[in-house]
Design a protein around this ligand. Sequence first.
Ligand code: PEP
Length: 250
Amino acid sequence: MRRKIVVGNWKMNKTVAESAELASAVVAALGNDCSACEAGIAPTYPALDAVGCTIKGSEVLLVAQNCHYEDDGAYTGEVSTGMLKAVGCSYVIIGHSERRQYFGETDATVNLRIKKVLAAGMKAILCVGETLDERESGAFEAVVSSQVTGGLQGVVDISDIVIAYEPVWAIGTGRTASSEQAQEVHKIIRNKVAELYGAAAAEAVRIQYGGSVKPSNAAELFAMPDIDGGLIGGAALKAEDFVAIVKAAC
Ligand code: PEP
């Protein structure tokens, strides 16, 4: 039985003070109700430390939105896995479609980051998903399969990897994949993992869905056999909505 995981990606939103306030509201609303699943929040880099202090002692995990693949040095504007680990991050989101679309991330750079996260002793959330054109042309299976293969190139053990299926056309658009559409792709991803790592690893790997998840559709999505939680954008910015989604997973 896979333990569901719900992560709130706050993207480039909230000051440090606002982030601490939101984190505090999430912890208060969640209480001790989420031991059946994992819940994490991913604030901006400047807010990681304050949010980490705010959620200390709770079951909520600290998650980073990205990292660089070098240890340190002349990489202006970047943050290393060592820094994220030191501030208390458990997971790092890698290859979000916004990183791929606006910041030139490729499967190759995603792969470097994934390996660096694992080497630092954290867990990685590998994001994959097709664009609207790729969905409409029927290319989504090939696209998602090659993102999984490319992102995991050379990774021997995937027990610290979570995969997030996020159709780009459903992110921030209010247009959610139907639970059947999402399930179909989750199954494709699980089959790909089986091909690469064997049946036991495929059965164990958790695959989150992301794309306009809300309190009103979370339970139906999470009830699908291959959907193991969610990566939540917009709805994670309101404590009560995020907590309702976590509770739907629990
Ligand atoms: C996301 O960006 O990961 C996401 C799923 O956003 P939203 O929930 O707002 O669609």
